[in-house]
Design a protein around this ligand. Structure first.
Ligand SMILES: [Zn+2]
Length: 132
């Protein structure tokens, strides 16, 4: 999804136990990603800032339904070998817009437009003589 590999994202991952005695991770990340603008197709620096609270369950443990429906935090399976970078990547992917765009930019001109006149323009001219 990146237009280039420049850019740095720094993150802090902290483990704690919440008030109910459940293990949680808090993930804070910010930085700038190089995304491709979906309008002009050039690279754009996109600042990312995310804060996630993740509740942990042991691999193979069913995740309670009320946790799945909770929007405030995600519940993930995690063991001692949790892949931190994969987790970070996943959270970043969730944060990235599906179709990033500059606030204002122009779509690239189609190559065909450089040609003098398309056959369709000539046809359109036949329809009405008043137009020039
Ligand atoms: Zn653009």
């Amino acid at each position: 999804m990146l237009a280039g590999s420049e850019g740095v994202v720094s993150f802090v991952l902290a483990g704690e136990v919440d008030g109910e005695g459940s293990p949680t991770l808090s993930l804070i990340a910010d930085g700038v990603l190089q995304l491709r603008c979906q309008r002009c197709l050039s690279a754009m620096g996109w600042p990312v800032k995310l804060e996630s609270e993740l509740h942990l369950v042991r691999p193979g443990t069913p995740i309670p339904e009320d946790e799945l429906e909770n929007d405030e935090f995600d519940t993930i399976e995690a063991g001692a070998d949790l892949d931190v970078l994969a987790l970070l990547e996943e959270e970043l992917l969730l944060a990235v817009p599906i179709a990033p765009r500059h606030e204002s930019c122009d779509a690239p001109r189609p190559l065909g437009e450089v040609k003098k006149e398309s056959p369709f323009a000539a046809l359109a001219g036949l329809g009405s003589k008043s137009r020039t």
